[in-house]
Design a protein. Structure first.
Length: 92
């Protein structure tokens, strides 16, 4: 090894690249849509399990419905935030 720093031959997997159309790919803040979709599906599954448990506590369907409404509200808010972010990035 020499004492002089060498330029890396390839970019770091965490570095971001700018495409010709101006969009940015990669980087720690750019989670792929596939991962986000998987997380959302897992949250829906978790919400269904929680709603089932809430319903089985005393067989009151309002409890399970309340859990599902809360999970749906959270996912709706998250989707709206992602939509605003996407529009903001496209406007740049």
């Amino acid at each position: 090894m020499s004492g002089t720093p060498q330029a890396p031959s390839q970019a770091s997997p965490l570095s971001s690249e700018q495409r010709a159309d101006g969009s940015v790919t990669g980087g720690p803040g750019q989670a792929p849509e596939k991962i986000i979709r998987g997380i959302m599906l897992a949250l829906v599954g978790w919400g269904v399990i929680q709603a089932l448990g809430a319903w089985m506590f005393n067989y009151d369907p309002r409890r399970g419905l309340l859990v599902l409404v809360c999970v749906g509200g959270f996912l709706g808010f998250w989707l709206a935030a992602l939509s605003v972010r996407r529009r903001r990035l496209q406007a740049k």
